[in-house]
Design a protein around this ligand. Structure first.
Ligand SMILES: Cc1ncc(COP(=O)(O)O)c(C=O)c1O
Length: 372
């Protein structure tokens, strides 16, 4: 079905930056520069300076950024890592793949880790915390870093959805031992396929991750220093991402503008719970990777919107700790359960037109008017 308001619009996205992207692709192919070449180094430097960190290391996915963070930090069997269930599966699966045990804490009204609950999850085996900056909003990083410092825990930021978001003026990915970004196509900065990035201010971690992504081989000597992985970011993807990085500030501004239109359009609908509203103290600068609302009548509302021509995503209708095969059933996470029943993501991307947003707003008003 073709939607009046699709959830993503890749053709329009690329149409607007066509010449720049094709120019970058041509240059890479003309030179035959495909693996670990200049475009990758250039992109890594540019994004490190955008985020405000010493090192940025291109990887093949956000999942690998999380996995290699834990590996580089030495997380292993017997260790515990605290995170949330209201997230993409990769945040948890990487902990399991390191042989460690995920300890899940509940989320708060902002859908991010409820920082007040973290201390209850800490044991003598806890080594790390992975906060997730869901939907383009950071966790309360001041409180989180204070707890981590107090208990001598490392923080791996899952900033997959938060490129450009800030807390107290500091960007996502610049607080923890590492920051992990995804460049999945629908992300704020999307590649033409899969890609990811790890940020850090720690020289040793940076060195370790550069080796881990390339089979543990020191290229200058040919020596294998340990068993590694193949998780390099393709030079071609890096060249495309470097072109697109320049647009991120303007794209994030547009996302914030669109969120403002949605906020205003729904201000009279008490049945709909909106994303956290901008605060007067301005501690949070949100970039709206997703515009997620909550409704007690979620499933009916989703069906109505899809029928009206609005494409909707529901992340995640069944909380991860309720998937039997994952073995996470021992956690009691009432807020996560409640949120999973209520959330729906509305279309949100810079190419979305104001009249499309108005159409979504009208469709939602129509739904509530038709409800008894
Ligand atoms: C919160 C979160 N963590 C991790 C990931 C994993 O990133 P990738 O799909 O690039 O492996 C994603 C992306 O989907 C995500 O949204």
């Amino acid at each position: 079905m073709s939607y009046k308001v699709p959830f993503v619009n890749y053709p329009e996205h690329y149409r607007r930056i066509w010449d720049e992207v094709i120019g970058a692709i041509k240059e890479v192919l003309t030179r035959g520069d495909l693996i670990l070449r200049d475009q990758l180094k250039q992109f890594e430097q540019n994004i490190a300076s955008y985020i405000g960190v010493k090192h940025a290391i291109g990887l093949n996915s956000g999942t690998d950024a999380l996995f290699l963070s834990l590996k580089a930090a030495g997380i292993k069997s017997g260790d515990e890592v605290i995170t949330v269930a209201h997230t993409f599966i990769a945040t948890i699966s990487v902990i399991v793949h390191c042989g460690a045990t995920p300890v899940l804490v509940d989320v708060g009204e902002d859908m991010n880790m409820d920082v007040e609950q973290v201390e209850r999850g800490i044991s003598s085996r806890t080594k790390a915390i992975i906060p997730v900056d869901l939907n383009g909003r950071l966790c309360h990083m001041e409180k989180l870093m204070t707890i981590a410092d107090k208990h001598d825990l490392i923080v791996i930021e899952d900033a997959a959805q938060a490129l450009g978001a800030t807390f107290d003026g500091k960007k996502a990915g610049s607080f923890g031992l590492t920051g992990c970004f995804s460049f999945y196509p629908a992300k704020i900065l999307g590649s033409a396929g899969d890609a990811g990035l790890l940020t850090t201010n720690d020289d040793k971690i940076a060195e370790k991750v550069r080796l881990l992504r390339d089979h543990g081989q020191e290229r200058s000597t040919g020596e294998y220093l340990f068993y590694g992985f193949n998780s390099r970011l393709d030079n071609l993807q890096a060249a495309i991402l470097d072109v697109k990085l320049k647009h991120v500030p303007e794209w994030n501004e547009r996302r914030r503008q669109l969120a403002g239109l949605y906020d205003e359009g729904f201000s009279d609908l008490s049945e709909l719970k909106l994303p956290p509203q901008p605060e007067s103290n301005g501690r949070f600068f949100d970039v709206y990777q997703n515009y997620v609302v909550r409704s007690k009548k979620r499933d009916k509302l989703v069906a109505h919107l899809r029928k009206s021509g609005v494409e909707i995503l529901v992340s995640w209708p069944k909380p991860l700790h309720r998937h039997k095969a994952l073995g996470l059933g021992n956690f009691h996470l009432p807020k996560t359960e409640q949120i999973s029943k209520e959330v729906l993501s509305l279309p949100m991307y810079p190419e979305l037109r104001n009249e499309q947003v108005e159409f979504v707003i009208e469709s939602i008003h129509d739904f509530y008017k038709s409800m008894p």
